[in-house]
Write a protein that binds this ligand. Sequence first.
Ligand code: GDP
Ligand code: MN
Length: 402
Amino acid sequence: MNIHEYQAKQLLSRNGVAVPPGGVCDTAQGAASIAEELLARGAPRLAVKAQIHAGGRGKGTYRNGFQGGVKLCRSAADVREKAKAMLGNVLVTRQTGAEGRLVSKLLVEAAPEIRKELYLAVLLDRACSRPVMMASTEGGMDIEEVAARTPEKLVREPVDATLGLMPYQARKTAAALGLKGELIAQGAKLLMGVYRTWWECDASLVEINPLCVVDAGDAKEALVAVDAKVSLDDNALFRHPDIQAMRDLAEEAPLEIEAAKHSLNYIKLDGNIACLVNGAGLAMATMDIIQHFGGRPANFLDVGGGATQDQVAAAFRIILQDANVKGILVNIFGGIMDCDVIAKGIVAAAKETGLRLPLVVRLEGNNVQSGRQTLAASGLALITGSTMADAARKVVEAVGST
Ligand code: GDP
Ligand code: MN
């Protein structure tokens, strides 16, 4: 699960990481009120930031032509004006895809004077099976580009999960970030807080880009997390009801939400052949074989080993709501699953939705004879596949000719 920047900053702040003071709002009036309060407390400038689950906002463009999901302002009136242009509009960034994301919340923050932008992240390194802290002096940029062009500028500090990030590792990373004097100790403390956030929230990723050296007045400097991204491990969410409450369903694919309600494992993809399969491994193999015969899967869908007729029908309705779908492949191996349950679910859903698309079915296993009879007696114009390869070839052909 992903959360918004303002929520990520709340989690970091709880762990002692400095973030700019600010507030979140969903109206232009609300934005102006937060701005007035921050200005009264001495903020020299304000940042108005679109809250969407995607990065690259700074360089993004709204559908209405307005530029930038991150705007710097000097007055509450200016904040109100920028908020009006941003709220209710669709922001397109390099991470949103062409369809963009509707902006319905803004973060209004005090904007510090930035001296230097750094990069910091904690994630799981699957190659060495450890958490790793990654840092770079090249902050504010696309980190994939830094890794590709100047890999020497990305330092990695692997962490022993049982010990956690050790203070010496935090100081070493702070030094690698080019921090000097008092900022080394301050930086080391901040890094410990970032690691603690990652660990205690069961996060898969905590990323601060940019982490900034800012002017703190009196000729001093301070470190502040100016942007923040936190992704959580869904399998550990049950341990964090407070983080679960941060879920923003408006940012998630509607069909995936619908599927979760029926305990179906569905991931939308961008092809045109929908698949309905039992078992995650078989579902992966089904997508592979569709590709092998030159087709493109529209989704991953595992209905599970013990699906009910209602779940199958719900699965069918979900895959049919994807407008890209031009054909359907049902691939069931009834190990635990009763093939007739699947067949009845398909027939019910196909009738209910008035199915017109080519439907290829490959059924094998437990109670397969009854399943085939149910399908044959239904009067549905379906194509049967004798094997997985045969079924995949047939659905690719059928879609190719529509
Ligand atoms: P992203 O583009 O979605 O990653 O959004 P960021 O929050 O990282 O903002 C992009 C860029 O805007 C940052 O790299 C900064 O250069 C700038 N920026 C964001 N917030 C502030 C701020 O509070 N003060 C200043 N001066 N610049 C900011
Ligand atoms: Mn950023």
